[in-house]
Design a protein around this ligand. Sequence first.
Ligand code: AMP
Length: 190
Amino acid sequence: MLNLVLFGPPGAGKGTQADYLIKKFKLKHLSTGELLRDQIAAHTELGQEAKSYMDQGFLVPDSIVIEMIRSELQENKAVNGYVFDGFPRTVEQAIALDELMIINGTEVAAMLLLSVEKEELISRLLGRGKTSGRADDQGTAIIENRILEYDVKTRPIKDYYAAQNKFHRIRGMGTVEEIAQRLIETVSAL
Ligand code: AMP
């Protein structure tokens, strides 16, 4: 199995690039943000709880997202591998993912960090906010909050994967196709 963690701050282009990776390597896309938005749209209790954090740009509690991923892995066993998009976002989640991978007889092959400058992130997210309908893409205050959550809680995961020699930095600036090409080259060389 080929399991990839697509990593980077909000607005780095993880969702867009995940599409290229799943097509190229025939993988299953697992985005915790999308799964949470599905829960909100379905008006579930979990969705209601998650929404209160998401709308303010805060991370949803680890227990919620880990359980969601656990059940997705259970339901999608016959795959070539997964692209994890927006998960893990804390070191606790990274540890839980490793445990889940072991249970499933596999492991994370690589963590791919899309690195993008902060000004570019904010302008991309504000641009997306005009059409995405996402509450958390509206206004610089909430976007700054999401970037702060990333800096404090998510960025440290880099060291977790670096210690396992699984960390790869990919320049996330340029055209969508150029960035996709860099990612594909990195994964092909694994
Ligand atoms: P995303 O679509 O990845 O930008 O995620 C949107 C929002 O969903 C985030 O700002 C968080 O509030 C929440 N979220 C998504 N994935 C996670 C995660 N792995 N851990 C905690 N919160 C998450």
